[in-house]
Design a protein around this ligand. Structure first.
Ligand SMILES: C[S@@+](CC[C@H](N)C(=O)[O-])C[C@H]1O[C@@H](n2cnc3c(N)ncnc32)[C@H](O)[C@@H]1O
Length: 345
């Protein structure tokens, strides 16, 4: 069942000829060239004093929020080198503005733009020949059919395993996020945006980023919000990225939510380490997943049975969060459902 992405209606209203992002793949003669770092710093490139341990003082140029020729340093960072991206285009953190903006890493010289309706911030964004396939648990959700069915019965089935359902899970997550409310929230592995939409609509967060690796889940997410002006113009971005390579600078995010996701990740340890990296001190990580029942130590070496999903035990999840450096671990369990939370020190 193919779900053809359509350009956001409000974007067309604003720019009738805009069937493609304003800055699709930037050509070598585009405004993004030559590289910014080679340009004369005539305008507002400011300087920062860096005091090193040796007490030597170095002066390094650093582009500030408002840099030259309309480029602005953005919240998003390059997935290759983690340098903050610069952005050119309409200001504002909402779907139409992001869709019509171009992004560039000044360090790698790599450009990023919106593909269909989401901003593609995967390492392979823009690659022509290379195609990467992930484990089945990731690939499954890239299918148009699964993405279409996800909120049309698939997710509801989780209740049988003890998931309380989206409304209650959302309320539980909000409680955990209280210490970081008002900040930037990333809904990692958002799927079709079940929770991202609720977070955006709540108005409790400065910015909400709905992030997933599946192109079709993101398209589905857009389909759910395209007729809802409140969400369309809220502080919401749709981003394609890999949880093991999150496109944000270290310490820049207040809240990370990952609903029913950990068991789908290719490497939960890389993912949780990455989540820890992007969280600011005091930032909160909340996740849910399906538990694997604990097995006596004697049998653990025999393997985990089905490798379709990466189901962990409650002990393993706590151990994983702690070994990645997160503190204040807490959890609620109901049958196979677990909601856990941990905090960046
Ligand atoms: C079961 S869905 C969860 C959707 C939603 N968060 C929820 O609570 O219902 C799992 C999601 O994880 C995503 N996923 C799998 N591998 C991923 C990866 N490497 N990076 C980011 N997301 C990934 C899938 O695309 C899928 O949308």
């Amino acid at each position: 069942m193919a779900i053809a992405p359509s350009p956001p209606s409000s974007m067309l209203v604003q720019d009738q000829c805009c069937l493609l992002p304003r800055y699709p793949f930037l050509r070598s003669n585009s405004l993004f060239h030559p590289p910014l770092r080679n340009r004369s710093s005539s305008s507002s490139v400011q300087h920062r004093l860096i005091v090193r341990a040796s007490s030597a003082v170095a002066v390094e140029p650093e582009a500030q929020t408002q840099s030259e020729e309309g480029f602005k340093v953005d919240l998003f960072a390059c997935p290759v080198c983690y340098e903050p991206l610069v952005r050119k285009g309409p200001s504002g953190f909402n779907l139409p503005a992001i869709y019509r903006s171009g992004f560039k890493c000044k360090k790698c010289n790599k450009t990023y733009s919106s593909k269909n309706i989401y901003l593609d911030l995967t390492v392979t964004a823009g690659s022509k020949d290379y195609n990467e396939f992930r484990p089945a648990r990731t690939e499954l959700f890239r299918s148009p059919l699964v993405s279409f069915l996800y909120e049309r019965g698939w997710r509801q089935n989780f209740n049988r395993s003890g998931f309380p359902g989206p409304d209650e899970e959302f309320q539980m997550a909000r409680e955990y996020f209280k210490p970081a409310e008002g900040g930037v929230l990333v809904d990692v592995s958002c799927g079709s945006g079940l929770f991202s939409r609720k977070f955006a609509k709540s108005g409790a967060y400065a910015k909400v980023i709905a992030l997933d690796f599946s192109e079709n889940m993101l398209r589905q997410c857009y389909d759910f919000i395209k007729n809802d002006e409140t969400i369309l113009n809220s502080n919401l971005a749709l981003v394609r990225a890999d949880v093991s390579r999150l496109p944000f600078s270290s310490g820049s995010i207040d809240c990370v939510h990952a609903g029913a996701a950990l068991h789908c990740w290719p490497s939960p340890s890389n993912a949780v380490a990455e989540i820890n990296r992007i969280l600011r001190s005091g930032g909160v990580f909340v996740g849910t997943t399906f538990l694997r029942p604990s097995t006596p130590a004697l049998f653990r070496s025999l393997g985990r049975g089905s490798q379709n999903y990466n189901n962990l035990t409650a002990e393993e999840i706590e151990d994983l969060c702690t070994s990645c450096g997160l503190l204040n671990y807490t959890s609620k369990i109901q049958q196979s459902f677990i909601m856990f939370s941990a905090q960046k020190p």
